[in-house]
Design a protein around this ligand. Structure first.
Ligand code: C5P
Length: 234
């Protein structure tokens, strides 16, 4: 298990590309995130291989279904040996708490279980269309409250939301933040970005970093820089 607070998003279309990329990284220097695209293309055996290489794997499949189905999915994910799993908080309190209970049956160290609150791609207009008559920020806090009450370990959130959530839920609550860029990094489609040191100072526990590490000539060097910034060395 690594101490690094950087989770590299393996946003690759195939197992081959992801494994080529990982051959240049040390499992002691980062954690990795496998999302829907790569998991759908590469499957559970690929996840087992990455776990066997020694990487802490965040399986970012954002489960959202009836409680019994999500509990089964979470159990199956835990059987792969992953470090972290997530669900959609909007699936409801019962869905989250049954998923959490399912992890009690896992032998050894159970994976962390976190929730997505409001997708950052949704604005106030989108919520209004869903009949949710409050701001995204208010809805984030409401769903984070439900996540905490259901016994989950934390939430995915934007850097802007971290100070409030950290204050409200305390130090033990995991806050996982994407949208991280160094000053010189290309923003890509990320509209609001923060630097690694800044994000941690604002209260994030883990930082999800994709393209600034995966789409560069020297991923190991980029990762070293993110780790140093996260450790407050630069
Ligand atoms: O390449 P980049 O650093 O922008 O990648 C960020 C990763 O975090 C991607 O895997 C993306 O899907 C994920 N993510 C995000 N924003 C969210 C939730 C997840 O960028 N609100």
């Amino acid at each position: 298990m690594t101490e690094s607070r950087i989770i590299v998003a393996l946003d690759f279309p195939t197992a081959t590309l992801a494994e080529q990329f990982l051959s240049g990284l040390d499992p002691a220097s980062c954690r990795v995130k496998i999302g829907k695209e790569l998991f759908t293309a590469a499957g559970p055996d690929f996840v087992r291989r990455i776990v066997a290489l020694g990487f802490d794997v965040f399986l970012d499949l954002k489960f959202h279904d009836i409680p019994n189905t999500v509990a089964g999915a979470v159990r199956a994910a835990a059987d792969l040996g992953v470090w972290m799993i997530n669900v959609h908080a909007s699936g409801g309190f019962d869905m989250m708490s049954e998923a959490r209970v399912a992890l009690e049956e896992v032998p050894g160290t159970r994976p962390l279980l976190i929730a997505v609150t409001v997708l950052t791609s949704l604005g106030e207009d989108d919520l209004t269309k869903q009949g949710i008559l409050c701001s995204p920020a208010e809805q984030v806090v409401r769903l984070a409250e439900m996540t905490s009450e259901a016994g989950l370990d934390g939430v995915v959130c934007s850097a802007a939301e971290t100070p409030l959530l950290r204050e409200r839920f305390g130090d033990g609550f995991v806050l996982l933040t994407p949208g991280i860029r160094r000053t010189r990094d290309v923003r890509g489609d990320q509209k609001r970005v923060v630097g690694p040191a800044e994000a941690l100072a604002m209260g994030s526990t883990y930082l999800v970093v994709g393209r600034p590490i995966t789409q560069t000539a020297s991923p190991a060097q980029a990762l070293r820089e993110f780790n140093s910034a996260a450790a407050g060395d630069c």
